[in-house]
Write a protein that binds this ligand. Structure first.
Ligand code: FMN
Length: 173
């Protein structure tokens, strides 16, 4: 067993890809963050949470609330996967919205595959795209820009986004 567990929650696969690349690069154990039990994380000293961003909320963070007690003696890091272009402003926003002021975190760009989205998500993204395109481009937020760019299937997945997490994990492996 490794010292580090990568817990991932992935709706459409991008966070899973990052979790498996991270496992490959560090030798850490990757575990799907569903139906999680305290015993599963007991023997790890470092926990990396990987999850997709939906309406600025990072999927899987309920884990921190549920296991607050079991996490108190562990190092914790959150890797968020979203469609928005990488920028310090967006990362600061994710920190604020998700209450991550005191927790190590970084961000990687994921993918939007219109073909695989659920009926509801496809409708929602389509509606948002039409709304965004009615606004002048100069007024688009970075997330709106990603929505406008996401027609069809787009992937921005890039292993280099994981470099800060690898640096965080490496000293304790
Ligand atoms: C309904 C919906 C809402 C989304 N909201 C955001 C968002 O607020 N910010 C963002 O950066 N990306 C957003 N995205 C893009 C996802 O974060 C992106 O597709 C990511 O790769 C999903 O990771 P996952 O498949 O591992 O869950 C959204 C995607 C969908 C389908």
């Amino acid at each position: 067993m490794s010292e580090t567990a990568i817990l991932f929650r992935s709706k459409y696969g991008a966070s899973r890809k990052y979790a498996l690349m991270l496992k490959e690069r560090t030798g850490a154990d990757a575990i799907e963050n569903e139906n999680m039990k305290a015993e599963l994380i007991r023997d790890y000293s470092t926990i990396i949470l990987v999850g997709g961003v939906y309406a600025d909320r990072i999927n899987g963070l309920d884990f921190i609330r549920r296991f607050r007690g079991s996490l108190s003696d562990k190092r914790l890091y959150v890797f968020a996967v979203g469609g928005t272009e990488f920028s310090p402003e967006y990362i600061a926003k994710l920190r604020k919205v998700n209450g991550l002021d005191d927790i190590h975190m970084s961000y990687g760009r994921g993918e939007i595959n219109m073909d695989t989205l659920s009926f509801f998500d496809k409708r929602l993204i389509g509606l948002l795209r039409r709304m965004v395109k009615r606004k002048p481009e100069s007024e688009w937020t970075l997330t709106e820009k990603a929505i406008a760019e996401s027609e069809g299937n787009v992937s921005w997945v890039d292993e280099r986004y994981l470099d800060p997490v690898v640096d965080y994990i490496s000293p304790v492996l």
